[in-house]
Design a protein around this ligand. Sequence first.
Ligand code: NAP
Length: 289
Amino acid sequence: MNFINGKTKPLAIIGYPVGHSLSPLMHNIFFQFLGLNNVYIPLEIKPGHLQAAIEALWTLGFMGANITIPYKEEVIPLLPEISSEAELIGAVNTLVRKENGFRGHNTDGQGFLKALSIEKGWEPHGKKVVILGAGGSARAIGISLALKGAHKITIINRNLLRARGITEIVEKQIGVHGEIFGWNNPMLERVIREGDIIINTTPLGMNPNINEIPPLDTKWLSPSQLLVDLIYNPLETRLMKEAKAQGCQVSNGLGMLIYQGVLSFKLWTGQEPPLENIRETLEKYLNKV
Ligand code: NAP
């Protein structure tokens, strides 16, 4: 067991709210296991105070941080440099302390891909991707899938302008074909049937609204498809249950949560965190709260 002392280097997650975050539990387990003298704390920063918070992290010697909703975009102008992937995605979820300030990275999309590769043996090259929703996580995932050689990125969303924002980057800056559809488009059935992977990035089905489901007919899904729901509370959403009944392989959002954290941890420490039992520990925690 490590004890906090004068040499302990702190890290934090900054967001509003952050009370629900599993990252402090996960990273503190990693630090304890590896015997590193670090501590990771949740910091709830009220809107309007982000700049002061980043300056305070720097002054107080924080080694790094995760940035979560609603600050992933707002933090960018406060940083001296960001990675090229974070630049393309337009959002930062990880800060790493450097000589002249914090460098911004985005590990969300890579974490999503690593989870599918390790847990499902799924690789993006040549695949037709269908993403439900066009928010921050859809953007990170869509751009990372395109960078890794996906054949086509199709976005289904209420707000078509937001969806277009993602496909424009995918097409113009990465050279991968992109399509957008509204939920009422008569082509929706064909688009869903054609996808190799269907990824729900909307909050529909998240606790406490566990009976909600994205507005598509799950009878369109088939056993050759992988259905991923970014939600992890509940661990199995209604969409996942219905997709399983159609014979699809399914996955929840815990893998993405774990592997975006693994990639952040490696950026901070240069070390590989221990992953034995981490999924079970997080599942047990989620079953209790
Ligand atoms: P976000 O930026 O707020 O985007 C949410 C998207 O969902 C938007 O495109 C929105 O559509 C759509 N949406 C919301 N309510 C809807 C409704 N009633 N009907 C149809 N579409 C609806 O959120 P985010 O950061 O991308 O996160 C989205 C989900 O992913 C959340 O459930 C979050 O918990 C989960 N997540 C999981 C992880 C993980 O590690 N597993 C990481 C990040 C996020 P409009 O654009 O039309 O408004």
